[in-house]
Design a protein around this ligand. Structure first.
Ligand SMILES: Cc1cc2nc3c(=O)[nH]c(=O)nc-3n(C[C@H](O)[C@H](O)[C@H](O)COP(=O)(O)OP(=O)(O)OC[C@H]3O[C@@H](n4cnc5c(N)ncnc54)[C@H](O)[C@@H]3O)c2cc1C
Length: 379
């Protein structure tokens, strides 16, 4: 075991840090206040290779592994959880689904565009009435010659409005049949396919979220990913990988909150001394430092399993559950350490806390991670 960052991880850390300093930090308050999804910034990240980071070079990707991918998300999370979420959803969900389950023609058609940022990708599993219980989805596709006709709606879809292409999970069989769901690739502009932005989010406000509506959307059978009926199994595998990305992002948010709290506690004086001198504050920092480090180790462990094509259902859930809860705790403690100032938008703690709150909900809530973990350990 080697716990050092590899050379590529070090290079990516510096690259993302430089990019964030120049392109994200100066604008993120405006994006957060006004709920702007900065699509041009996303495209610039495509130019840097961050939108196809683990794709092989033959598909226009950067050819890195999940270790480098996790590192990039950790760095983004330290700056803006919203931008990090968009990069995670684009890479792990839409791009990942086509890469891991698509045929060669689909990969050649979509992956280079997704990797370069020419296309922004969305992925739709959740519906207005089915989140954790995705198997009961109501969006249906009926076969009509060599086309499928899709009707229904998907909710909470990252880049649902601005995305150029979406992978969507749709019922093609009976309710509750795990072989009754199919994944389709749908391009923006397909007649009957529309989206409505969901506004007023608590956090990750720079990441666009939307409802997708399907009104007799005709999709050619060549847009089916893998076999008809295999979509649910594919989605569960995609979520295993996706959990690594949310874990990594959570580590970044947690570390960002922790570092801002350390800085503040050394500068802020009360009773004639820096508040970091008070054990009550120093112990909070000690807890945060320990838990961030543990979250990073769990995340890299899951990333390593993914790289080695091992089953990572349990370790991915460990990482996602633990890291996301640590992110919320660190955001909360950073706010406490900053006192009244921490309660304002002038100081970073409140944004870290708001962004962190999504991490325990998206791509499977903490409760669902515990369902997954307990199922695995009690097998
Ligand atoms: C900003 C944002 C971006 C998102 N992006 C996407 C995306 O790109 N694509 C996509 O498909 N989805 C996306 N989602 C949806 C997200 O994955 C769901 O919100 C999440 O899976 C939870 O589903 P739900 O909101 O319907 O909550 P519910 O499933 O209704 O859960 C409500 C509560 O009940 C608990 N609960 C449910 N079932 C159980 C159980 N069996 N045992 C114990 N507790 C349980 C949950 O833990 C939760 O606390 C996004 C959501 C947000 C907020």
């Amino acid at each position: 075991m080697n716990f050092e960052l590899n050379e590529n991880q070090k290079m990516i850390t510096q690259m993302v840090r430089d990019f964030a300093e120049k392109e994200i930090k100066p604008n993120m308050k405006k994006w957060d206040d006004e709920e702007i999804f900065p699509i041009e910034t996303m495209k610039k990240m495509g130019e840097l290779g961050l939108l196809g980071i683990y794709l092989p070079e033959e598909y226009g990707g950067s050819g890195f592994s999940y270790l480098e991918y996790s590192t990039a998300l950790m760095e983004l999370g330290k700056v803006c959880g919203g931008i990090g979420l968009s990069v995670a959803a684009h890479n792990s969900l839409c791009t990942g689904h086509i890469y891991y389950h698509g045929n060669e023609e689909q990969k050649k058609k979509y992956l280079p565009k997704l990797a370069s940022g020419e296309f922004i990708g969305a992925w739709g599993l959740t519906e207005p009435n089915t989140g954790s219980d995705a198997m009961r989805m109501k969006t249906v596709a009926k076969k009509d010659g060599n086309h499928w006709v899709i009707n229904g709606a998907k909710n909470w879809i990252t880049h649902g409005l601005s995305g150029d292409v979406a992978v969507v999970l749709v019922r093609t069989g009976d309710l509750l049949d795990s072989n009754g769901i199919t994944a389709f690739i749908i391009e923006k502009g397909t007649p009957g396919f529309s989206a409505v932005k969901i506004g007023d989010k608590f956090g990750v406000r720079a990441s666009e979220t939307a409802e997708l509506i399907f009104d007799n959307v005709r999709v050619h059978e060549s847009q089916v990913i893998g076999e008809v009926g295999q979509g649910f199994k594919q989605a569960m595998q995609i979520l295993d990988g996706g959990r690594i990305s949310i874990a990594a992002l959570s580590c970044g948010v947690a570390r960002g909150a922790y570092e801002s709290a350390v800085k503040y506690s050394k500068e802020r004086e009360q009773f004639g001394q820096p508040i970091s001198n008070f054990q009550a504050i120093a112990f909070k920092l000690a807890d945060m430092a320990t838990e961030v480090e543990a979250a990073e180790l769990l995340t890299f462990q899951a990333a390593d399993l993914k790289n080695r094509k091992q089953n990572l259902t349990k370790q991915g859930a460990f990482a996602k559950y633990f890291a996301s809860e640590v992110a919320v705790k660190c955001g909360n403690e950073a706010m406490q350490i900053m006192g009244g100032y921490g309660y304002t938008k002038e100081y970073p703690a409140e944004k870290f806390l708001r962004d962190a709150r999504l991490m325990t909900i998206g791509e499977g809530t903490s409760e669902i991670q515990k369902v997954v973990i307990s199922r695995e350990i009690l097998k």
